[in-house]
Design a protein around this ligand. Structure first.
Ligand code: AQP
Length: 326
Protein backbone atom coordinates (compact mmCIF):
# COMPACT_ATOMS: atom_id res chain seq x y z
CA UNK A 1 0.00 0.00 0.00
CA UNK A 2 1.34 3.44 -0.89
CA UNK A 3 2.07 5.96 1.88
CA UNK A 4 0.38 9.36 1.42
CA UNK A 5 1.35 12.58 3.19
CA UNK A 6 0.14 16.16 2.82
CA UNK A 7 -0.22 19.28 4.94
CA UNK A 8 -2.11 22.54 5.15
CA UNK A 9 -1.29 25.79 6.92
CA UNK A 10 -3.57 27.29 9.58
CA UNK A 11 -2.86 30.67 8.03
CA UNK A 12 -6.40 31.88 7.33
CA UNK A 13 -9.85 30.66 6.36
CA UNK A 14 -10.10 27.37 4.46
CA UNK A 15 -11.31 28.13 0.92
CA UNK A 16 -12.68 26.39 -2.13
CA UNK A 17 -9.21 26.20 -3.72
CA UNK A 18 -7.86 24.19 -0.77
CA UNK A 19 -10.88 21.92 -0.92
CA UNK A 20 -10.87 21.18 -4.66
CA UNK A 21 -7.10 21.31 -5.10
CA UNK A 22 -6.15 19.15 -2.14
CA UNK A 23 -8.54 18.26 0.68
CA UNK A 24 -11.15 16.31 -1.29
CA UNK A 25 -8.34 14.17 -2.68
CA UNK A 26 -7.12 13.60 0.89
CA UNK A 27 -10.53 12.26 1.85
CA UNK A 28 -10.61 9.94 -1.16
CA UNK A 29 -7.05 8.71 -0.68
CA UNK A 30 -7.49 7.85 3.02
CA UNK A 31 -9.65 4.92 1.89
CA UNK A 32 -7.14 3.73 -0.72
CA UNK A 33 -3.74 4.25 0.92
CA UNK A 34 -1.93 4.54 4.21
CA UNK A 35 -2.58 8.28 4.68
CA UNK A 36 -1.06 10.89 6.98
CA UNK A 37 -2.31 14.50 7.06
CA UNK A 38 -0.97 17.40 9.00
CA UNK A 39 -1.94 20.91 10.06
CA UNK A 40 1.41 22.61 9.47
CA UNK A 41 1.36 25.27 12.17
CA UNK A 42 5.15 25.79 12.07
CA UNK A 43 4.81 26.92 8.44
CA UNK A 44 2.21 29.48 9.49
CA UNK A 45 4.89 31.17 11.66
CA UNK A 46 6.75 32.29 8.53
CA UNK A 47 4.37 35.24 8.41
CA UNK A 48 3.66 37.18 11.61
CA UNK A 49 0.70 35.76 13.58
CA UNK A 50 -1.25 36.63 16.68
CA UNK A 51 -0.63 33.69 19.08
CA UNK A 52 -4.28 33.30 20.14
CA UNK A 53 -5.46 33.49 16.53
CA UNK A 54 -2.92 30.82 15.51
CA UNK A 55 -4.08 28.44 18.26
CA UNK A 56 -7.73 28.98 17.32
CA UNK A 57 -7.04 28.54 13.57
CA UNK A 58 -5.14 25.31 14.21
CA UNK A 59 -8.09 23.72 16.04
CA UNK A 60 -10.61 25.14 13.59
CA UNK A 61 -8.71 23.81 10.59
CA UNK A 62 -8.48 20.34 12.12
CA UNK A 63 -12.23 20.42 12.77
CA UNK A 64 -12.90 21.51 9.21
CA UNK A 65 -10.76 18.68 7.84
CA UNK A 66 -12.78 16.21 9.90
CA UNK A 67 -16.01 17.88 8.74
CA UNK A 68 -14.91 17.50 5.11
CA UNK A 69 -14.53 13.77 5.70
CA UNK A 70 -11.11 12.95 7.16
CA UNK A 71 -11.62 10.14 9.63
CA UNK A 72 -8.97 9.89 12.38
CA UNK A 73 -9.65 6.13 12.42
CA UNK A 74 -8.84 5.86 8.69
CA UNK A 75 -5.87 8.21 8.52
CA UNK A 76 -3.39 9.87 10.86
CA UNK A 77 -4.36 13.52 11.44
CA UNK A 78 -2.02 15.61 13.57
CA UNK A 79 -0.49 19.02 14.21
CA UNK A 80 3.10 19.49 13.00
CA UNK A 81 4.50 21.22 16.12
CA UNK A 82 3.42 18.25 18.28
CA UNK A 83 5.91 16.01 16.46
CA UNK A 84 9.42 17.38 17.22
CA UNK A 85 11.09 15.32 14.47
CA UNK A 86 9.82 17.83 11.86
CA UNK A 87 12.07 20.78 12.81
CA UNK A 88 14.91 18.34 13.64
CA UNK A 89 14.94 16.84 10.15
CA UNK A 90 14.42 20.30 8.64
CA UNK A 91 17.96 21.29 9.67
CA UNK A 92 19.41 18.32 7.77
CA UNK A 93 17.28 19.40 4.79
CA UNK A 94 18.53 23.00 5.03
CA UNK A 95 22.07 21.68 4.83
CA UNK A 96 21.17 19.64 1.73
CA UNK A 97 19.41 22.35 -0.31
CA UNK A 98 21.27 25.33 -1.76
CA UNK A 99 20.65 29.05 -1.40
CA UNK A 100 20.21 29.23 -5.19
CA UNK A 101 17.51 26.56 -5.20
CA UNK A 102 15.57 28.28 -2.42
CA UNK A 103 15.90 31.64 -4.22
CA UNK A 104 14.07 30.21 -7.23
CA UNK A 105 10.92 29.30 -5.27
CA UNK A 106 8.05 31.38 -6.62
CA UNK A 107 6.09 31.23 -3.33
CA UNK A 108 8.97 33.04 -1.58
CA UNK A 109 9.18 35.68 -4.31
CA UNK A 110 5.40 36.26 -4.21
CA UNK A 111 5.03 36.38 -0.45
CA UNK A 112 8.14 38.47 0.26
CA UNK A 113 7.05 41.05 -2.33
CA UNK A 114 3.47 41.36 -1.12
CA UNK A 115 2.16 44.83 -0.37
CA UNK A 116 2.51 45.56 3.31
CA UNK A 117 5.12 42.83 3.97
CA UNK A 118 7.64 44.77 6.03
CA UNK A 119 9.36 41.90 7.78
CA UNK A 120 10.55 39.00 5.62
CA UNK A 121 11.49 36.18 7.98
CA UNK A 122 14.34 33.76 7.28
CA UNK A 123 11.73 31.03 7.79
CA UNK A 124 9.80 32.25 4.76
CA UNK A 125 12.95 31.67 2.71
CA UNK A 126 13.85 28.25 4.14
CA UNK A 127 10.36 26.81 4.54
CA UNK A 128 10.66 24.43 1.54
CA UNK A 129 13.32 22.64 3.61
CA UNK A 130 10.83 22.18 6.46
CA UNK A 131 8.24 21.05 3.94
CA UNK A 132 10.71 18.50 2.55
CA UNK A 133 11.23 17.22 6.10
CA UNK A 134 7.45 16.96 6.60
CA UNK A 135 7.12 14.77 3.52
CA UNK A 136 10.29 12.68 3.79
CA UNK A 137 9.78 11.85 7.49
CA UNK A 138 7.04 9.38 6.59
CA UNK A 139 8.64 7.46 3.69
CA UNK A 140 5.96 9.12 1.57
CA UNK A 141 5.18 7.83 -1.93
CA UNK A 142 2.36 10.23 -2.88
CA UNK A 143 1.73 13.88 -2.02
CA UNK A 144 -1.77 15.14 -2.91
CA UNK A 145 -1.51 18.93 -3.46
CA UNK A 146 -2.81 21.75 -5.64
CA UNK A 147 -0.88 22.87 -8.69
CA UNK A 148 0.80 25.76 -6.79
CA UNK A 149 2.72 23.20 -4.71
CA UNK A 150 4.24 21.42 -7.71
CA UNK A 151 7.56 23.29 -7.33
CA UNK A 152 7.82 22.45 -3.62
CA UNK A 153 7.31 18.74 -4.23
CA UNK A 154 9.95 18.94 -6.99
CA UNK A 155 12.51 20.48 -4.62
CA UNK A 156 11.65 17.79 -2.05
CA UNK A 157 12.46 15.14 -4.66
CA UNK A 158 15.76 16.90 -5.47
CA UNK A 159 16.69 17.04 -1.77
CA UNK A 160 15.82 13.34 -1.25
CA UNK A 161 17.84 12.27 -4.29
CA UNK A 162 20.84 14.39 -3.24
CA UNK A 163 20.75 13.04 0.32
CA UNK A 164 20.47 9.46 -0.96
CA UNK A 165 23.40 9.93 -3.33
CA UNK A 166 25.59 11.66 -0.72
CA UNK A 167 24.85 9.49 2.31
CA UNK A 168 23.36 6.27 0.96
CA UNK A 169 19.79 5.16 0.53
CA UNK A 170 17.79 7.07 3.17
CA UNK A 171 14.57 8.56 1.80
CA UNK A 172 11.73 7.45 -0.43
CA UNK A 173 11.50 9.88 -3.37
CA UNK A 174 7.85 11.09 -3.45
CA UNK A 175 5.54 12.05 -6.31
CA UNK A 176 2.86 14.72 -6.38
CA UNK A 177 -0.79 13.89 -7.07
CA UNK A 178 -2.66 16.83 -8.62
CA UNK A 179 -6.38 16.64 -9.46
CA UNK A 180 -7.57 16.98 -13.06
CA UNK A 181 -10.18 19.62 -12.24
CA UNK A 182 -9.71 22.24 -9.51
CA UNK A 183 -5.91 21.98 -9.35
CA UNK A 184 -5.66 25.77 -9.50
CA UNK A 185 -8.82 27.55 -8.42
CA UNK A 186 -8.56 31.22 -9.29
CA UNK A 187 -9.92 34.27 -7.48
CA UNK A 188 -13.46 35.01 -8.75
CA UNK A 189 -12.70 38.73 -9.05
CA UNK A 190 -9.14 38.36 -10.33
CA UNK A 191 -9.06 35.15 -12.35
CA UNK A 192 -5.40 35.76 -13.18
CA UNK A 193 -4.37 34.99 -9.57
CA UNK A 194 -5.03 31.92 -7.44
CA UNK A 195 -7.64 31.93 -4.72
CA UNK A 196 -5.69 32.14 -1.49
CA UNK A 197 -6.16 32.42 2.25
CA UNK A 198 -4.51 35.82 2.40
CA UNK A 199 -6.88 37.46 -0.10
CA UNK A 200 -10.23 37.92 1.59
CA UNK A 201 -13.21 39.40 -0.20
CA UNK A 202 -15.60 38.87 -3.07
CA UNK A 203 -13.16 36.74 -5.06
CA UNK A 204 -12.55 34.13 -2.35
CA UNK A 205 -15.12 31.49 -1.43
CA UNK A 206 -14.49 30.25 2.09
CA UNK A 207 -15.79 26.89 3.24
CA UNK A 208 -17.61 28.57 6.14
CA UNK A 209 -19.07 31.46 4.10
CA UNK A 210 -22.78 32.13 4.44
CA UNK A 211 -24.50 30.19 1.62
CA UNK A 212 -26.38 33.25 0.33
CA UNK A 213 -23.11 35.17 0.19
CA UNK A 214 -21.59 32.35 -1.87
CA UNK A 215 -24.42 32.63 -4.39
CA UNK A 216 -23.75 36.37 -4.68
CA UNK A 217 -20.00 35.85 -5.13
CA UNK A 218 -20.62 33.57 -8.09
CA UNK A 219 -23.23 35.91 -9.57
CA UNK A 220 -20.64 38.72 -9.49
CA UNK A 221 -17.73 36.57 -10.71
CA UNK A 222 -15.65 38.30 -13.40
CA UNK A 223 -16.08 36.75 -16.85
CA UNK A 224 -15.39 38.65 -20.10
CA UNK A 225 -17.12 40.79 -22.72
CA UNK A 226 -17.90 37.87 -25.04
CA UNK A 227 -20.77 35.48 -24.40
CA UNK A 228 -19.43 32.13 -25.61
CA UNK A 229 -18.90 29.48 -22.92
CA UNK A 230 -15.61 27.80 -23.76
CA UNK A 231 -12.83 26.19 -21.69
CA UNK A 232 -9.79 28.26 -22.66
CA UNK A 233 -7.66 29.29 -19.69
CA UNK A 234 -5.52 31.77 -21.66
CA UNK A 235 -8.27 33.60 -23.52
CA UNK A 236 -11.14 33.15 -21.05
CA UNK A 237 -9.69 32.80 -17.52
CA UNK A 238 -12.87 33.76 -15.63
CA UNK A 239 -15.20 31.44 -17.53
CA UNK A 240 -12.64 28.61 -17.47
CA UNK A 241 -12.31 29.04 -13.71
CA UNK A 242 -16.08 28.64 -13.28
CA UNK A 243 -16.01 25.52 -15.46
CA UNK A 244 -13.11 24.08 -13.43
CA UNK A 245 -14.92 24.75 -10.16
CA UNK A 246 -18.11 23.16 -11.48
CA UNK A 247 -16.10 20.15 -12.70
CA UNK A 248 -14.22 19.87 -9.40
CA UNK A 249 -17.42 20.06 -7.37
CA UNK A 250 -19.38 17.58 -9.49
CA UNK A 251 -16.65 15.25 -10.74
CA UNK A 252 -17.03 16.29 -14.40
CA UNK A 253 -14.66 17.55 -17.08
CA UNK A 254 -14.49 21.35 -17.67
CA UNK A 255 -14.30 21.20 -21.49
CA UNK A 256 -17.23 18.78 -21.73
CA UNK A 257 -19.30 20.83 -19.28
CA UNK A 258 -18.78 23.93 -21.46
CA UNK A 259 -20.88 22.32 -24.22
CA UNK A 260 -23.91 22.40 -21.94
CA UNK A 261 -23.96 26.20 -21.66
CA UNK A 262 -24.74 29.01 -24.08
CA UNK A 263 -24.74 31.85 -21.58
CA UNK A 264 -22.74 32.89 -18.55
CA UNK A 265 -25.78 33.34 -16.24
CA UNK A 266 -26.80 29.66 -16.06
CA UNK A 267 -23.14 28.60 -15.73
CA UNK A 268 -22.72 30.90 -12.73
CA UNK A 269 -25.99 29.71 -11.16
CA UNK A 270 -25.13 26.01 -11.60
CA UNK A 271 -21.60 26.49 -10.28
CA UNK A 272 -22.94 28.28 -7.20
CA UNK A 273 -25.51 25.52 -6.64
CA UNK A 274 -22.87 22.77 -6.96
CA UNK A 275 -20.57 24.54 -4.50
CA UNK A 276 -23.41 25.12 -2.04
CA UNK A 277 -24.41 21.44 -2.26
CA UNK A 278 -20.80 20.53 -1.47
CA UNK A 279 -20.39 22.98 1.42
CA UNK A 280 -23.74 22.80 3.20
CA UNK A 281 -23.20 19.36 4.84
CA UNK A 282 -19.59 20.30 5.67
CA UNK A 283 -20.82 23.42 7.49
CA UNK A 284 -23.34 21.38 9.46
CA UNK A 285 -20.76 18.81 10.56
CA UNK A 286 -18.32 21.57 11.43
CA UNK A 287 -20.88 23.22 13.77
CA UNK A 288 -21.17 20.00 15.78
CA UNK A 289 -17.40 19.54 15.98
CA UNK A 290 -16.79 23.18 16.93
CA UNK A 291 -18.90 22.67 20.05
CA UNK A 292 -16.31 20.24 21.48
CA UNK A 293 -12.74 21.52 20.99
CA UNK A 294 -11.41 19.27 23.79
CA UNK A 295 -12.39 16.19 21.77
CA UNK A 296 -10.56 17.57 18.71
CA UNK A 297 -7.46 18.20 20.83
CA UNK A 298 -7.65 14.63 22.13
CA UNK A 299 -7.86 13.21 18.59
CA UNK A 300 -4.94 15.38 17.44
CA UNK A 301 -2.80 14.21 20.36
CA UNK A 302 -3.49 10.57 19.45
CA UNK A 303 -2.63 11.39 15.83
CA UNK A 304 0.64 13.03 16.89
CA UNK A 305 1.64 9.94 18.89
CA UNK A 306 1.04 7.71 15.87
CA UNK A 307 2.92 10.08 13.56
CA UNK A 308 5.85 10.34 15.96
CA UNK A 309 6.22 6.56 16.09
CA UNK A 310 6.89 6.59 12.32
CA UNK A 311 8.89 9.83 12.17
CA UNK A 312 11.27 8.69 14.94
CA UNK A 313 12.52 5.74 12.87
CA UNK A 314 13.05 7.77 9.70
CA UNK A 315 14.87 10.57 11.55
CA UNK A 316 17.13 7.99 13.23
CA UNK A 317 17.99 6.55 9.79
CA UNK A 318 18.74 10.04 8.38
CA UNK A 319 20.95 10.92 11.39
CA UNK A 320 22.81 7.64 11.25
CA UNK A 321 23.54 7.98 7.52
CA UNK A 322 24.77 11.59 7.71
CA UNK A 323 27.16 10.77 10.57
CA UNK A 324 25.41 12.08 13.68
CA UNK A 325 25.66 10.14 16.94
CA UNK A 326 22.50 8.29 17.91
N1 AQP B 1 -6.28 28.26 -5.31
C1 AQP B 1 -5.96 26.99 -5.12
N2 AQP B 1 -6.37 26.05 -6.00
C2 AQP B 1 -6.06 24.73 -5.80
N3 AQP B 1 -5.35 24.29 -4.72
C3 AQP B 1 -4.94 25.19 -3.82
N4 AQP B 1 -4.25 25.09 -2.68
C4 AQP B 1 -4.10 26.31 -2.14
N5 AQP B 1 -4.68 27.24 -2.90
C5 AQP B 1 -5.22 26.57 -3.98
C6 AQP B 1 -3.77 23.83 -2.12
O1 AQP B 1 -4.24 23.73 -0.78
C7 AQP B 1 -3.27 23.04 0.01
C8 AQP B 1 -2.96 23.84 1.25
O2 AQP B 1 -2.27 25.01 0.86
P1 AQP B 1 -1.76 26.16 1.80
O3 AQP B 1 -1.88 25.77 3.21
O4 AQP B 1 -0.43 26.66 1.31
O5 AQP B 1 -2.89 27.24 1.48
P2 AQP B 1 -2.99 28.59 0.67
O6 AQP B 1 -4.44 28.85 0.50
O7 AQP B 1 -2.11 28.59 -0.51
O8 AQP B 1 -2.56 29.61 1.73
P3 AQP B 1 -1.19 30.27 2.00
O9 AQP B 1 -0.05 29.32 1.93
O10 AQP B 1 -1.38 31.03 3.24
O11 AQP B 1 -0.96 31.12 0.75
P4 AQP B 1 -1.30 32.55 0.50
O12 AQP B 1 -0.38 33.32 1.39
O13 AQP B 1 -1.00 32.66 -0.96
O14 AQP B 1 -2.72 32.77 0.85
C9 AQP B 1 -2.04 22.84 -0.88
O15 AQP B 1 -2.02 21.52 -1.38
C10 AQP B 1 -2.26 23.82 -2.01
O16 AQP B 1 -1.68 23.36 -3.22
Amino acid sequence: MARVFSGIQPSGDLHLGNLLGANLNWVKMQHEHDSIYCVVDLHALTLLKDPEALRASTIQLAQLLIAIGLDPEQCILFVQSQVPQHPQLAWLMECTVSYGELSRMTAFKDKSNRDGTKFVSAGLFTYPALQAADILLYDTDLVPVGDDQRQHVEITRDIAERYNSRYGDTFVVPQHVIPEAGARVMDLQHPERKMSKSEEGAGTVNVLDDLKAIEKKFKRAVTDSESEVRFDIEAKPGVSNLLSILAGATGGDPATLADQYEQYGPLKADTAAAVIALLEPIQQRYKELAADPAETERLLRLGADKAEAIAEGVLARAKQNIGLLS
